[in-house]
Ligand binder design. Sequence first.
Ligand SMILES: Cc1cc2nc3c(=O)[nH]c(=O)nc-3n(C[C@H](O)[C@H](O)[C@H](O)COP(=O)(O)O)c2cc1C
Length: 243
Amino acid sequence: MTNDHSGLHHRSIRKFSAAPSLAQQRALEDVAQATASSNFLQQVTLIKVTDPQKRQQIADLTNCPFVAGDGLLYVFVLDQHRNIETAHLTEDQAAHFTGWAGFFGGVADAELAAQNVLAEAERSGLGGCFLGSVLNDPRQMIALLALPRFTFPVLGLMVGVPAEAPQQKPRLPHSAVVGENTYPAAQDLKDYDTTLNNYYRTRAWNAREETFTDSLLAYTKTDLHHRLEIGQILREQGFHLPQ
Ligand SMILES: Cc1cc2nc3c(=O)[nH]c(=O)nc-3n(C[C@H](O)[C@H](O)[C@H](O)COP(=O)(O)O)c2cc1C
């Protein structure tokens, strides 16, 4: 057994000098497909966004200008459409796919595939950054990508040849995050606040005074854009997620 700790070197990359080569793209897409799949229903579709106009629109709606630049954008789409079509299911028969079970299965498939692609990219010398901010305006994403009923855009991933080498962000202490048999005992996270503040204060990019506690409070004031409508948008896409 060899110990591959390359996952410990992860950091998000938001500046690229080039997109992955076509061969690299195919390798990343094959890895997405090789990922474990809930009930082996293969409930994910990848959309590669190469059209500069669409990329600019997605950069605007995600508030991530780098999405319009070099690199490649993948959107990981929760997809029950293909399965429902393949088996010619009626809306009633499709309930397993369009209810909570299908929703969570599809989100799991999409997110695991996305993380597997990023890990493969990082092992290959590429870098990337997830874009949960595609959820800022799911209706616009659905229209831009011509997503059919029973699908939903879960997560974006910009990937490419890194043109920056950011410092790693310090994580919470192991004991705060890992419990054995039961939830971990409450921890005093003051030291972690200091560690993270030191990182933010001294980093090369966007240096600022901020602790972890500060960022939790700041998050409560962020603009959620259209995210509060996600329940309604899922209904418009054909999902039935009762309370
Ligand atoms: C589900 C998910 C969604 C994310 N969405 C965004 C995003 O929309 N824009 C962005 O710049 N970074 C995004 N990120 C990256 C996080 O900001 C980043 O992982 C975090 O700050 C930790 O930094 P690191 O990845 O460099 O360790 C996302 C990460 C995850 C896991």
